[in-house]
Ligand binder design. Structure first.
Ligand code: THU
Length: 157
């Protein structure tokens, strides 16, 4: 038997100003995207933005529905919109933030497992790391690749 371990590394920033100009632009797009959130049931508004290889930014926001499973998270809304509209332009970064009644959480809100799985697939499709930026009011976390959020990615089929 061998004991193995997995370590996750990420960067923490105190404010948007500390980010690179590129990441700051993406983070601001995610914050702006919160305006498109439709969350009449949870009241939790989430905004997301993805950057494509071309530099293009695509936004998304969570969309809820009376038939609960029919709704979709902000991250997947953004990634699917990018995939559908720019099929030949890969996603290289994603940023998101959320909070009740549009007030961003203090610590960054982490993405759900289904969104991590979808990020993993688009990262595989791109063949290069997708950076993940989680934005909170008092701190921002940046992960270099989806593997840091979702170890042991399922991509066997
Ligand atoms: N939500 C997201 O948009 N992204 C996540 O990663 C987690 C949750 C949304 C789904 C639902 O509309 C609301 O937040 C409350 O769960």
């Amino acid at each position: 038997m061998i004991n193995r371990s997995f370590e996750t590394k990420y960067e923490e920033y105190a404010s948007l100003e500390e980010l690179s100009a590129e990441d700051r632009e993406l983070a601001k797009a995610a914050i702006d995207a919160m305006r498109g959130s439709y969350a009449p049931y949870s009241g939790f508004n989430v905004g997301a933005a993805v950057r494509l290889e071309s530099g293009h930014i695509v936004k998304g926001a969570n969309q809820e529905n009376a038939a609960f499973p029919s709704g979709l998270c902000a991250e997947r809304t953004a990634m699917f919109a990018a995939g559908a509209n720019y099929p030949d332009d890969n996603i290289v970064a994603i940023a998101f933030c959320g909070g009740l009644k549009g007030r961003m959480t203090t610590a960054p809100a982490a993405p759900c497992g289904s969104c991590r799985q979808v990020m993993a697939q688009y990262q595989t499709k791109a063949g290069k790391p997708m950076s993940v930026i989680m934005i909170g009011a008092t701190s921002i976390w940046k992960f270099a690749r989806v593997d840091d959020l979702l170890p042991f990615i399922f991509d066997n089929i």
